[in-house]
Design a protein around this ligand. Structure first.
Ligand code: SF4
Ligand code: FES
Length: 566
């Protein structure tokens, strides 16, 4: 485990309270640290500052010093150094904390300013909160309640702007709700480098739109929906499906590549409705690809495996485990275990335990694609590094199971345990599958499940808890969001049952017990427990793997040269 570096601190004063904050902290964030809310719309911690909404107005001052001697000028009334307050309010979003900075957020002047700004913002905003999809997470609604005047003096006709404009395949715009904060424009330009959005016309007639001939179709377009503070940009897929206050939020991890973006899965009564990003400044900031948001859709696919099968006939889990052990012991000395870079660390540890008990060779399948330099890396497995850390593999995997194919042809392998991998997709031919007995643990139907002597339905990432090790060697945990399908069994339970039956000993399949075993067996996770692992993860020592050449190129918070963490 690698200890994080400590930042330089400066002391600022917020509403009379001193607070030490990292140098360069934005005033809005500094105030947040002492529990003071500075309202804002256009500011976003991961975008440039434009200062166009004026909601974050504050009073600001610096300790007074004699210009000639630079000696502090004291206030005789308080005995403290006098503060030179700037006479007009300033925007907090454009100011960084500097030593001695004083801010006031609760004066009558600031209250007036906020009420004025809210009144201007609401002049042309439709009063359609009851039918707006942003209800429950609308900053305009929240701040109108917290900082608005409470009544309207506007008696003129509101502007009418375009409704339900499709900006791209996944984003719908209701222009009359837009408060012109420009977050969506800056996101596309600064983060995705796809300068596709802009404003046309002036003043009250300013309208957000795509540039002529362009569409908001990049693979990060739904981040504009996340950061739009009002209901102007909505997800075409999620729009009107569910009120957000009915949804349960569960922390998870994006499994589409080794970046391991942090996510929140929103579900109700066992059904997942959407996936949004979870802030992790070391991994994905506040962003998530559009493709990662679709990963829950196979959960309710019609080809889910839901029945345990032995020789094609329905069976119970315990009978299937017995049948699997019979197959594997009959082939003793000629068994191969194919693990997965999509399995969790805990599952990979138990896969290794099973392989050791069987004295089997272990294999893994790589998935290599093209990285997008943002949040999708070249390694499309989320957890190859977990397989290295747990000792399931000692070298980087290849995309095809060529060595296993050769061993089957040579008659050296008579039985295979596949944990979630379709062996045909990984390069074995149907003829080679026919030469071996297969025990398959998996989530969906495929040629391997069809050819297996024993097929056991297991759970998708949303249906179980565990950890992954991302490309930075950051150990991150995910939690069960929804129950698995009837007939599905937790991979850990199945692997533990198999390993115990093969070894004739006891192997725990419960999360905390697996962690107790791993802290003894796996040096990289010594002194870590699942319960105490922080939500933003922990960096593991990568030096034992520094000689390996990983496939990833640069992404948002990853530099290949930094893979060997000292
Ligand atoms: S659509 Fe939303 S994010 Fe974009 S400028 Fe308007 S209010 Fe801001
Ligand atoms: S947050 Fe908009 S001006 Fe500061």
């Amino acid at each position: 485990m690698i200890a994080p570096t400590k930042p330089d601190l400066v002391t600022v004063n917020v509403d009379g309270k001193d607070v030490a904050v990292p140098k360069g902290t934005n005033v809005i964030e500094a105030a947040r640290l002492v529990g003071v809310d500075v309202p804002y719309y256009c500011y976003h911690p991961k975008l440039s500052v434009v200062g166009n909404c004026r909601m974050c107005l504050i009073e600001m001052g610096m300790p007074s010093v004699d210009p000639a001697t630079k000696a502090p000028i004291m206030d005789p009334a308080t005995g403290k150094q006098k503060i030179n307050w700037i006479p007009r309010p300033q925007i907090g979003c454009a100011t960084n904390a500097s030593p001695g900075l004083h801010i006031r957020t609760n004066t009558p002047q600031i209250k007036d300013c906020r009420e004025g700004v809210m009144e201007f913002l609401l002049i042309n905003h439709p009063l359609d909160c009851p039918i707006c999809d942003q209800a429950g997470e609308c900053k305009l609604q929240e701040q109108a309640t917290g900082y608005g005047r409470g009544y309207s003096r506007f008696i003129e006709q509101k502007n009418v702007k375009p409704k339900r404009t499709q900006l791209g395949p996944r984003v719908t715009l209701d222009d009359e709700r837009c408060i012109l904060c420009s977050r969506c424009i800056r996101f596309c330009k600064e983060i995705v480098k796809d300068d596709v959005l802009g404003f046309t016309d002036r003043g009250s007639y300013s309208t957000l739109t795509c540039y002529p001939g362009k569409a908001l179709s990049n693979n990060y377009s739904l981040n504009t929906v996340d950061i739009c503070p009002v209901g102007a940009l909505t997800s075409t897929d999620f729009r009107f499906k569910m009120r957000v206050w009915f949804l349960k939020q569960t922390n998870s991890i994006d499994t589409e590549s080794s970046v391991g973006a942090n996510t929140v899965v929103w579900s109700r009564e066992g059904i997942i409705y959407r996936i949004t990003p979870r802030r992790n400044d070391e991994v994905n900031d506040t962003w998530l690809s559009d493709s990662a948001r679709d990963l829950y859709k196979p959960v309710r696919a019609s080809d889910r495996l839901t029945a345990v099968r032995v020789n094609g006939a329905a069976s119970s889990l315990d009978l299937a485990v017995t049948a699997a052990v019979d197959v594997l012991t009959a082939a003793a000395g000629a068994v191969a275990v194919v693990g997965s870079g999509r399995s969790s660390v805990e599952e990979q540890y138990l896969t290794r335990t099973l392989a050791t008990a069987l004295r089997a060779s272990t294999h893994l399948v790589s998935r290599i694609g093209e990285g997008d330099k943002i949040l999708i890396s070249a390694d499309r497995n989320p957890n190859v590094r977990g397989a290295l850390v747990t000792g399931l593999i000692t070298a980087l995997p290849a995309p095809r199971l060529s060595a296993l194919a050769t061993a089957i042809e040579a008659g050296q392998v008579n039985a295979i345990v596949s944990v979630g991998e379709d062996l045909v997709a990984a390069g074995l031919t149907p003829a080679q599958l026919a030469k071996v007995s297969i025990v398959y643990l998996g989530t969906h139907e495929n040629p391997t499940a069809a050819a297996a002597k024993v097929a056991i339905p297991t759970l998708m990432v949303f249906e179980k808890s565990g950890t992954f090790v991302n490309q930075q060697f950051r150990l991150q945990k995910f939690f069960k969001c929804v129950p698995g399908p009837v007939g599905g069994a937790d991979d850990l339970v199945v692997l533990a049952k198999l390993a115990a039956a093969v070894s004739g000993g006891t192997v725990a399949g419960e999360m905390h017990a697996v962690w107790s075993a791993m802290t003894v067996d796996v040096p990289a996770v010594k002194a870590i427990t699942f319960a105490t692992l922080p939500e933003t993860g922990l960096l593991l020592d990568a030096t034992p793997f520094s000689a390996l050449t990983f496939p990833e190129a640069e992404t948002l918070h990853y530099q290949p040269a930094a893979k060997a963490i000292a």
